[in-house]
Ligand binder design. Structure first.
Ligand code: COA
Length: 690
């Protein structure tokens, strides 16, 4: 007996219950007593069978992720499962909640699995840059067939009981009392008197056509996006077919350890905890009551407003979409219809789901129709005067206690809040375009934003499947402010001697989905041109390109040439010549610019600005900055976010190079933030700051 594992003998059946809240992660505190309990049950002649079950909200949800990267403690998970598999009396896992990773591997060490109908099972290790390391890739293919196992392991997506049962992953599904059902199942098996075959002995399903399997591998891994773990996972499943059980198991462990020690996995584990940490907001107690949100108003039916309306409707919230005139409203609603039709065509939703979502969205041109909404989210033109008008109108019609949110991407939220008589109810909800797709939600906390309003915004984010990060008020908040820190350098690099292709190549090699110039071409050069004009800023090359009609992909030319409607960027001699001319006019002598210089002048200013953001408390912690960049701006997951990467690479090295470029250019973006200097001196990391 221990705090975490109890064993009771119920008429010849040993019932072992694990209890390690919150999710029964299989840390050492659980493994050691479980090992002892299994040894005892194995040796006890009065025990005819064993049930392994869990207390609390879930069956074992995995190995303890926080133990990876620390010295290993015996018994390991493979030791535990080997012991389980050496037991000949029938063993049953009683699964409720989520049996994930090491949890499912534990269940695969049992002869049988009985699960609650609402349970989910899966091997999500790839999401942490890992592969299953305790037999998952070797046993699951034997249980459900290699192709089905491949799908589950490479995607990392859990499956529900309907599919699990159809695949043979579970032996029985219980609707009522799971423990009783598992017990009854086991008693029937004891009465049958065997034979009880462990999964290791079941290789009937392994006789597959290898060519078909390779085709399935190619299909399953095509979305790996530069990540190694999905490819390694596929390799491990292949080994399950081509190698003997024990050899495949040993090889799986080697591959797992290789992955565990990789930067990719450290980065993804960092992001796992960072994403959860980001929901813990300083000054907001965990039990702060959120206000219920069932009906939402969205002001503005442009691209952003329509996207937000869909994001809400997809999460089951009723939406009233407001536009000033019927024509603009029709356009917005039409856009929504078209987007959902696209999803049906791609097969991501069916026609009935489309109708259900559409039915949640209604249009109006009358502010009075918003009076019963629990929240209003404004997504109108980025102009303080316009925002004041909207918030003034909302203040008049919205019911007391309603939340007034702005989707502004850089304006001062406190100034917006000041146009209402209820600044405590005002919050920023900065969605990213397309809002129904992008996962990031910057929640902007104003000077007066009430704790319940922040708690409500966090709850809303969770409900509609967004990744929230609470940020403070400043120009551009976390994401756009850091983006601005590198923007000017993109252009400067061209004038110094780089080409758009060269800069974009460095970004692609780092793992970004696309470089800054391909990105601007996609978004449209005219958009950033207008933005610069509104701020009184210039960019000699980009401005000249706009004057020449180079508005990007939609115009067939931008920083690149797009021939005959193609989306493939081609170097454009006109652009090369224009860059040279502009450099000449500015008296800049162009020279060879290397990849390192490109990284130093684009990525380092971002990191520097990130450090200032942390210093100023705009982000509560450096890891929040990472969550923003990975979920909203395509920062490569495998590198964990700009701050994580900086620490891995060496803050001292970065500070040295920032000093260098500050000396060369005198630009503020290169002036090392005091926080970075301090960490460079002490050799500490961002986590030590708390
Ligand atoms: N190891 C260590 N801690 C874990 C964990 C694990 N495998 N799984 C969850 N936790 C922690 C979370 O960090 C969180 O801690 P916090 O409250 O201090 O922030 C807490 O358990 C609850 O997790 P959370 O994700 O907030 O709860 P949820 O109910 O939304 O989701 C799960 C539960 C199990 C679905 C989800 O936590 C999950 O997917 N976990 C990882 C599963 C996994 O990858 N297993 C394989 C590991 S190799």
């Amino acid at each position: 007996m221990s705090d975490t594992v109890t064993i009771t003998n119920e008429d010849g059946v040993a019932v072992i219950v694990l209890d390690n809240p919150p999710v029964n992660a299989l840390g050492h505190a659980l493994r050691a007593p479980l090992f002892a309990a299994l040894e005892a049950a194995k040796a006890d002649e009065a025990v005819q069978g064993i049930v392994i079950a869990c207390a609390g909200r879930t069956f074992v949800a995995g190995a303890d992720i926080s133990e990876f990267g620390k010295p290993p403690l015996e018994p390991s998970l493979p030791d535990l499962i080997a012991l389980l598999e050496s037991i000949e009396k029938p063993t049953v896992a009683a699964i409720h909640g989520t049996a994930l990773g090491g949890g499912l591997e534990l269940a695969l060490g049992c002869h049988y699995r009985v699960a609650d109908r609402a349970a989910m099972i899966g091997l999500p290790e790839v999401n942490l840059g890992l592969i299953p390391g305790a037999g998952g890739t070797v046993r699951l293919p034997r249980l459900v067939g290699p192709e089905a196992a491949l799908g589950i392991i490479v995607s990392g997506k859990p499956v529900g009981m309907e599919k699990a049962q159809a695949l043979g992953a579970v032996d029985a599904v219980a609707d009522g009392d799971l423990r009783a059902a598992a017990m009854a199942f086991l008693r029937a098996k004891i009465a049958e008197d065997g034979p009880h075959r462990h999964i290791r002995a079941r290789d009937e399903k392994l006789a597959v056509d290898l060519d078909a399997f390779e085709a399935a591998v190619a299909d399953a891994t095509k979305k790996a996006r530069g990540l190694t773990a999905p490819l390694t996972a596929a390799e491990a499943v292949r080994n399950a077919i081509t190698m003997a059980f024990d050899d495949a198991l040993a090889r799986e462990r080697e591959l797992f350890l290789e992955r565990r020690d990789s930067l990719e996995s450290a980065a993804q584990r960092h992001l796992f905890f960072a994403t959860r940490e980001a929901t813990k907001v300083p000054g907001i107690a965990r039990d702060t009551q959120a206000r219920p949100i069932e009906k939402a108003a969205v002001i503005g039916a442009g691209t952003m407003g329509a996207g937000i309306a869909m994001a809400l409707a997809n999460g089951g919230i009723e939406v009233r979409l407001l536009e000033l005139n019927a024509e603009a409203l029709e356009r917005g609603l039409g856009q929504i219809d078209k987007t959902y039709a696209g999803s049906v065509k791609r097969g991501s939703i069916d026609a009935a789901e489309k109708e259900a979502r559409l039915a949640r969205i209604s249009g109006t041109t009358d502010y009075a129709a918003l009076s019963d909404c629990d929240i209003a989210i404004e997504a109108v033109f980025e102009d303080m005067g316009v925002k004041h008008k909207v918030f003034g109108a909302l203040d008049k019609v919205m019911k007391p206690g309603a939340i007034l949110a702005s989707n502004t991407s850089y304006l001062d939220l406190d100034e917006i809040a000041a146009s209402t008589g209820r600044p405590q109810d005002v919050v920023g909800l900065h969605f990213f375009s397309p809002a129904h797709v992008m996962r990031l939600l910057e929640i902007v906390r104003g000077d007066h934003t009430a704790p319940e309003v922040l708690a409500s915004a966090l709850a809303l984010a969770r409900r509609i499947g967004k990744v929230p990060v609470v940020v403070g008020v400043c120009n551009g908040f976390v994401g756009n402010r850091m983006l601005a820190a590198r923007r000017e350098e993109n252009e400067s690099l061209l004038l110094s001697g780089a080409t758009p292709e060269q800069v974009d190549r460095v970004f692609a090699d780092f793992g970004w989905p696309m470089g800054p110039f391909a990105m601007v071409d996609l978004a449209g050069l005219d958009i950033s041109w207008k933005h610069r004009q509104s701020l009184g800023l210039t960019a000699p090359v980009a401005d000249a390109l706009c004057e020449a009609g180079h508005f990007g992909q939609k115009a067939g030319r931008g920083f690149y040439l797009y021939e005959d409607g193609s989306r493939t960027p081609k170097p454009d001699p006109f652009v090369a010549e224009l860059i040279e001319r502009k450099a000449d006019e500015l008296g800049i002598e162009r020279r060879t610019v290397g990849a390192e210089e490109i990284t130093e002048r684009t990525l380092y200013p971002m990191i520097n600005e990130g450090a200032r953001i942390v210093e100023e408390g705009i982000a509560a912690r450096a890891s929040d900055v990472d969550v923003v960049w990975v979920n909203g701006y395509g920062f490569p997951v495998a590198k964990g976010g700009p701050m994580f990467w900086a620490e891995h690479f060496g803050i001292g090295r970065i500070v040295d190079r920032l000093e260098h470029w500050y000396g060369e250019t005198g630009k503020e973006v290169f002036k090392p933030a005091p926080l970075l200097r301090q960490l460079a001196l002490t050799g500490g990391g961002f986590a030590d700051l708390a």
